[in-house]
Design a protein around this ligand. Structure first.
Ligand SMILES: Cc1ncc(COP(=O)(O)O)c(C=O)c1O
Length: 473
């Protein structure tokens, strides 16, 4: 048997040369992206008209006036109005490698040459097997026992699949435990889990959810005891009815980047496991943000996790399960698991994280984190009127600007966007400014450039607000 036609094409010298030329072309055109740039006045008008048309079609304007041109370099991204900005939120955690990383260009070319745009359960290529094997290996490398997994195209769908396999195993238990202020996604079922009234307004109650308070770092022992007591209370009120508890190990959207601790999680997970309640770690946002691939590994909870979901930076999302959770035929299936480009890019990213030293207590994720949070600590010490914090862990970083009034924080972030740095809001009261760093494409020197801008804009914004309050023109 000769070589597979696909392999022969992938190794064809013309493909190698085409990739080399594409990388060279990319490098040449990226070279002009050296820092923040204001919009081009000539592009501005058309850009605003496009934004207005887009907003009208969507029925709501975009959160930021952001339409990418498709080009960037590392943490810098070019918008279609000609402006260049520092992207420190990365599409809420997606552009982990920074913009236009050459390794992802190669992955894109490989994917474009496959016969398949979208892979699916009935027909998928060997790239899907390769990715799943990588994810299972990454999950098990400190002792967890994930035996199977399913790829899918969104974090919400990964969580849906997780809940389905758990409910099937735990049937007839049908209730779910979750943390107050958690975010789990926006499907009909998950809008009941996500603890935000506005996101479920008008929707039918698809799931019965009981809430548990999260860890409070100012009251470690008390908050742990309270959370355990609340869990026990729910289990007494509904004996045998809880199928699982969903753990967001670092609270993201709702909490504003609040990590728990190993002691806290162990104290909660032990009685749950003893009662036959499954542990689902929702790592859609935390995957690749701590010293390990998974936050459950960072916290040393490998022995306690039954099911874990991941997404965002992995491009293709996944649900990984222990052997006992293997579903009956037909429970989990989809026409599309994920696009070929997402699947190939995911494998490149997962490998890159280990091979390029992103992981580990002194890996790039934690080093970048220290650089950013040291500066935030210093700011909070020098100017407590401007900033409190920092919050978060690893590549998830937040602070409370100006006391945390949600409207004020949103307006500050919009001003920061206009001045060339993109962050995002999180939490409720207080609201926080948060950042998800493009770990694969950002350097400590970028943080040194961005931080003074963040501080200057904050200080100018605070001053302007004070003047407005005092009624000055
Ligand atoms: C913890 C967590 N779970 C689930 C989701 C849902 O993922 P997606 O938006 O890809 O559906 C998110 C998204 O922000 C998340 O942060």
């Amino acid at each position: 048997m000769g070589k597979l036609a696909a392999k022969a094409m992938a190794e064809d010298p013309r493909v190698t040369e085409a990739k080399r030329l594409l990388r060279e072309t990319l490098r040449d055109h990226q070279a002009g992206l050296t820092g923040i740039r204001p919009p081009d006045p000539e592009l501005r008008k058309g850009y605003e008209e496009t934004l207005a048309r887009f907003g009208a079609m969507r029925g709501a304007s975009l959160y930021y006036p952001y339409l990418g041109s498709g080009m960037g370099r590392g943490a810098l991204v070019e918008l279609a109005d000609g402006s260049v900005k520092y992207d420190f939120i990365t599409g809420i955690g997606v552009h982990y490698m920074g913009h236009n990383h050459p390794a992802l260009l190669d992955a894109g070319v490989d994917a474009a040459m496959e016969n398949t745009v979208m892979q699916g359960n009935l027909q998928q290529n060997s790239a899907s097997e390769e990715l799943l094997a990588l994810l299972l290996k990454a999950a098990n490398r400190k002792g967890a026992k994930m035996a199977h997994g399913f790829l899918t195209s969104s974090g919400a769908m990964a969580n849906e699949n997780a809940l389905k396999v758990i409910f099937q195993k735990r049937s007839p238990a049908h209730r779910v435990l979750a943390f107050e202020h958690c975010f789990a996604g926006r499907t009909l079922a998950l809008s009941q889990v996500t603890d935000k009234a506005a996101y479920r307004q008008g929707l039918p109650e698809t799931l019965a959810v009981d809430y548990v308070p999260f860890y409070d770092e100012n009251r470690p022992a008390e908050s742990t005891a309270e959370a355990v007591a609340v869990i026990k209370g729910h289990m007494e009120r509904h004996p045998g009815a809880h199928a699982c508890m969903i753990f967001e190990l670092i609270q993201g959207e709702g909490g504003g980047y609040l990590p728990g601790t190993p002691e806290f999680f162990r104290a909660l997970m032990a009685p749950l496991r003893a009662a036959g309640v499954s542990i689902l770690a929702d790592e859609i946002q935390t995957f690749g943000r701590t010293s390990e691939y998974f936050a459950f590994q960072h916290f040393g909870l490998d022995d306690l996790i039954d099911v874990v979901t991941l997404g965002k930076l992995s491009q293709a999302c996944a649900t990984l399960i222990r052997e006992e959770y293997k579903p009956k035929a037909g429970l989990v299936s989809q026409t599309f698991t994920a696009p070929s480009v997402a699947i190939r890019s995911a494998s490149v990213i997962v490998r890159y994280m280990e091979e390029q030293g992103l992981l580990g207590a002194d890996g790039k994720i934690m080093r970048l984190s220290r650089r950013f949070t040291d500066k935030l600590k210093d700011l909070a010490r020098r100017r407590p009127d401007l900033a409190a914090g920092p919050f978060g862990m690893g590549g998830m970083i937040a602070f409370t600007p100006l006391g945390g009034d949600p409207d004020l924080v949103a307006r500050y972030l919009r001003k920061l966007f206009d001045e060339g740095v993109i962050g995002f809001i999180a939490g409720g009261k207080p609201a926080k400014a948060r950042f998800l760093l493009p770990v694969g494409g950002v350097e400590e020197s970028d943080i040194d450039i961005v931080f003074p801008i963040l501080e200057r804009v904050l200080s100018e914004f605070a001053e302007a607000e004070t003047k407005t309050e005092k009624g000055a023109p």
